[in-house]
Design a protein around this ligand. Structure first.
Ligand code: OGA
Ligand code: MN
Length: 210
């Protein structure tokens, strides 16, 4: 795969598979080529300026509510064929999906993803990425799009690890965080600057109910 950055893309995929099997999460600091990260950030800003990002909702089905007390980001779901950079990102993610299926037999069938923009001060309280009434979301992936992020600007994604420790991931451009959706509680801490990401989920086949 030529679209992944780094000297050895298949070694990067192998590291993600090993990390997930061993710890339930993996952080790859330079997963996406820097030019693609820049293009994706630009596309996110374009959509924000066009008013296409809308307040994210919480819950599912009859319980969907917009709740700024829980999460303050604005989002737009990706679709193929809208933008070259987004299509390239989706192609890379499909390569990751296939690698996860080969390495971990997860039976991941599809991928859903949205841009997310957190204005300064916005946060997302501690949560799991799995809906109570639907367990299709299996692996979460977050790609960060923010150049030159400094720790003192806040905005970390705080992962709650199985051993009771926490690990803070800075939303640095090009970093990809991958984790098992059902097992890793996490939260987004408020930042002093705008924070962009592409958040997505690999999903298993549904049971026909949804
Ligand atoms: C989410 C989420 C994390 C982030 O959208 O479910 O946890 O760092 N996002 O943007
Ligand atoms: Mn989440």
């Amino acid at each position: 795969m030529t679209t992944l950055s780094g000297d050895n893309p298949s070694a990067c995929l192998a590291r993600i598979i090993d990390d997930l099997a061993e710890h339930g999460w993996s952080l790859q600091p330079l997963f996406i080529p820097p030019t693609l990260t820049l293009d994706l950030a630009e596309e996110c800003h374009r959509r924000a300026a066009a008013g296409a990002l809308v307040p994210a909702s919480v819950g599912r089905g009859t319980l969907v509510v917009v709740s700024e007390g829980v999460r303050g980001d604005r989002i737009q779901w990706l679709e193929t064929g809208q933008d070259a950079a987004c299509d390239q990102y989706l192609t890379i993610m499909d390569g990751l999906r296939q690698a996860l299926n080969q390495g971990l037999y997860l039976g991941l069938e599809d991928f859903e993803s949205h841009f997310a923009l957190y204005p300064p001060g916005a946060f997302y309280l501690k949560h799991l990425d799995r809906f109570r009434d639907n367990d299709r979301r299996t692996v979460s992936v977050v790609l960060y799009l923010n150049q030159d992020w400094q720790a003192e600007q806040g905005g970390a994604l705080r992962l709650y690890l199985v051993d009771g420790e926490t690990f803070d991931v800075l939303p640095q451009a090009g970093s990809l965080l991958v984790f098992l959706s059902a097992q890793m509680p996490h939260e987004v801490l408020p930042a002093t600057r705008e924070r962009l990401s592409l958040t997505g989920w690999f999903r298993r086949r549904g049971d026909g109910l949804f």
